[in-house]
Ligand binder design. Structure first.
Ligand code: GCB
Length: 637
């Protein structure tokens, strides 16, 4: 399968990719328009034995319906759960999407308009054609990619524009996440050509076009990227900025920063500089300040020599992040993560972007008193980070380095790709005040000999991309043998005492958890976050005394962990993130009952008993800080 994938890509695209240019979120402004292409697309999975028919028959050259049968497919959505067909649900290989769209004539008539096609995320490998001409390809789900399509569409003015996107979900040893394709050649057991996709991560490998596809415009001379870094001293805030411009050698750049009331508080000129903000309103986390999530608007105005102008409005939160040997500081105040791990996951749409779900999840997090989440185990939609910015929810932003368990995935090819993914992630998310730390991986086999070198490079590179934020990876390996831990700023540990270890023995949690914390802190003297803990609970399943898989057992696991967190959190434990916010889908297997059931909420977002335990705890912790505004006191319902 990997060979098939390589053969197709080498023949059609060549191997990609490097990170160049900015990846500013496509916002409308007086100089920019956007047109969403979401909705129904034509779709076909390539079931040919080696999955290469689409390339050999050139499905991109003609309307997809002319080369075979098509079905309706929703975009954005995973394709897996949309039909009743189990073969499509479990499909591995290339799927083909196509849509015909009209590009507004005024965009085409104005020679000063640049037209960009953007895919917010497609999993895993994508190739994109416009009117049969290849315009881009991209490796990796969860992060956006785009192509300047001016040259292609101006040739066919007056005709609809046909966009074809082929997406391949095959995972191999060097993809992120990695996987392997296994051919099962025993013909007494399996049909000819039978193969399966193996992977070492615990969520369903949903695939397809997961986020919006859109067209947007900029002038030909445009603001390509903006980078901000913030600081403050007494009551003055500082916004250090850098603007990169394309299409103009001597641009005039004007910056103005306004507060929530629209009043301008600072101005500057030039492509880099600093904005001074008197009487600054800092960006504070939810439940740490009455006015959490304060955002200024930074307006960047570019005027090129040609007279062309471009405007971009960037929300900016002014805050600092620092780590000491036993504290995580936001705005120089100790911050304790009381939050959740999530997944982008729901019925029917799989990993498809869904506004109602996003708003509901933020409401539930705030109801629970959660002040933070980790984007386990891949970057979430940028709109989710925008919500986190606005609501003051703190984010640990994780790349898709999950399930790196095979020693062959620690080689140079994997590292090179992993570095690129970190560049893409930092490039997209660097300006979000909610993002306070990068996580470069989840539970890699950190005790394997190459892990030390691998993580040294990965962490160092990430810090060079963004010196202002701490970097971590999430470990489940033994403190004495974890070769990457010396390089991280914060130790993030996952453990499942009385679940995967000593199943059924709730009584061992306190001693084992105390030992875990003392070992890690004793060895590294770095702040520690319990980045995962929990237990499965099938909603509605009860037993007292508690038994595994019941809501009572899940509750007791939480309570036993909490006792130890309370002993350590005033010392060096700086956070607790429950696994998981909600139940989610996994591959089928003997330990999963239609998915992972460690959620505090069901997959449909209804609370289990554990949600109420966490709610009481999180609000109590927030109240302890003494800064809670009266409106936010825990409502004792
Ligand atoms: C873990 C993984 C997470 C799993 C979880 C579990 O350690 O990081 O992806 O879903 O355990 O429930 O097994």
């Amino acid at each position: 399968m990997w060979l098939v994938k390589l053969a197709c890509l080498a023949a059609v695209c060549g191997r990609c990719v490097s990170v160049s240019g900015g990846m500013l979120y496509p916002r409308e402004s007086p100089s920019r328009e956007r047109k969403e292409l979401d909705g129904l697309w034509s779709f076909r999975a390539d079931f040919s034995p080696d999955r290469s028919a689409g390339f050999t028959q050139g499905w991109f050259k003609r309307p997809l319906a002319e080369t075979g049968p098509v079905i309706d497919m929703a975009v954005p959505s995973s394709f897996n759960d949309i039909t009743q067909d189990a073969e499509l649900r479990d499909f591995i290989g290339w799927v083909w999407y196509e849509k015909e769209v009209w590009v507004p004539t005024r965009w085409l008539q104005d020679k000063g308009t640049r037209i960009v096609l953007r895919v917010e995320s497609a999993h895993y490998y994508s190739v994109v054609w416009v009117n049969g001409v290849k315009v881009t390809q991209h490796e990796g789900g969860h992060l956006p990619f785009e192509a300047d399509i001016d040259g292609v569409i101006r040739k066919d003015v007056g005709l609809p524009c046909r966009i074809t996107i082929a997406v391949n979900n095959t995972l191999d040893l060097h993809t992120l996440p990695p996987g392997t394709i296994q051919y099962l050649n025993d013909h007494t057991k399996y049909p000819a050509g039978y193969f399966i996709q193996n992977y070492n991560f615990d969520f369903f490998n949903y695939a397809g076009i997961h986020r919006s596809v859109l067209l947007y415009t900029t002038p030909k001379a445009y603001i390509d990227d903006i980078t901000v870094d913030t600081n403050f001293s007494d009551s003055t805030g500082f916004v250090f900025y850098n603007v990169s411009v394309v299409g103009s050698a001597k641009p005039t750049v004007k910056i103005s920063l306004s507060g929530k009331d629209g009043r301008c508080v600072s101005t500057a000129n030039g492509i880099s500089g600093v904005l001074k903000v008197p009487d600054v309103n800092l960006w504070w986390p939810y439940l740490m300040h009455e006015n959490a999530g304060y955002l200024y608007t930074m307006e960047v105005q570019l005027t090129a020599e040609s007279g062309e102008s471009d405007v971009y409005m960037l929300p900016v939160g002014i805050r600092t992040v620092k780590v000491t040997s036993n504290q995580f500081l936001i705005n120089n105040k100790p911050f304790y993560f009381h939050g959740v791990n999530k997944h982008e996951d729901a019925d029917v749409r799989g990993k498809g972007f869904d506004w109602p779900l996003i708003v509901k999840d933020f409401n539930l997090m705030k109801w629970m008193g959660a002040n933070s989440f980790r984007t386990s185990h891949y970057p979430y939609a940028e709109e989710i980070l925008q919500m986190a910015d606005r609501h003051g929810i703190v984010v640990i932003d994780e790349c898709p380095g999950v399930g790196i368990k095979d020693i062959r995935s620690f080689g140079n090819a994997s590292l090179a790709h992993h570095l690129i993914v970190m560049e893409e992630l930092v490039r997209r998310d660097k300006n979000h005040p909610s993002v306070v730390m990068w996580s470069v991986a989840n539970e890699p086999a950190a005790e394997m000999p190459p892990a030390g070198f691998y993580f040294k490079q990965l962490v160092a590179h990430t810090k060079s991309l963004d010196p202002a934020r701490p970097v971590t990876y999430i470990t489940d390996s033994n403190f004495a043998r974890d070769l990457g831990a010396p390089y991280v700023d914060v130790i993030c540990v996952n453990s499942y005492f009385s679940w995967y270890h000593d199943p059924g023995h709730l009584e061992v949690i306190p001693i084992q958890l105390n030992t875990q914390f003392d070992n890690w802190y004793g060895k590294y003297q770095k702040p520690v976050i319990q980045s995962e803990y929990g237990a499965d609970a099938v909603p509605g399943l009860h037993n007292d005394p508690p038994m595994m898989f019941t809501e009572e057992y899940q509750k007791r696991v939480l309570q036993n962990y909490h006792k130890v967190f309370d002993q350590k959190r005033k010392k060096f434990v700086v956070g607790e993130l429950i696994w998981n916010f909600a139940d989610f889908m996994t591959a089928q297997g003997t330990t999963r009952v239609v998915g992972n059931k460690k959620g505090m909420f069901t997959r449909q977002r209804q609370p289990k008993a554990g949600a109420f335990i966490l709610r009481e705890r999180y609000w109590a912790i927030a109240n302890e800080t003494g800064v809670l505004p009266t409106w936010a006191k825990y409502p004792c319902l």
